[in-house]
Design a protein. Structure first.
Length: 99
């Protein structure tokens, strides 16, 4: 999942950023948003797919002033990876019981 760019309107505000992911869609956007929205230091989180013909995901994070948006993005991606690991583990266990 390559990060294409980081967009911002004000370079001095580390707590408010838009991250652009290439070759990603609602699958990543909604899953990541649902994890990050629960963090208490997050003021706003959302994503858009600018155009259906493009596989680009714009992911916006705004946090309290003391927390950097990039740190929240990293934490969210790590937490999402952990959720995926548990899901795969449970799936494999269920498959073994079926066999």
């Amino acid at each position: 999942m390559p990060l294409l760019a980081e967009l911002t309107g004000d370079e001095t505000m580390d707590n408010c950023r838009t991250f652009v992911f290439e070759n990603e869609d609602h699958t990543l956007g909604n899953a990541l948003r649902s994890i990050i929205v629960r963090y208490p230091e997050v003021v706003f989180v959302g994503y858009t797919i600018p155009h259906p013909a493009e596989s680009t995901l714009n992911f916006r994070i705004q946090t309290t002033p003391a927390v950097r948006a990039i740190d929240i993005l990293r934490r969210g991606l790590q937490d999402l990876e952990a959720v995926c690991d548990v899901t795969l583990e449970k799936f494999d266990e269920a498959m073994q019981r079926i066999k």
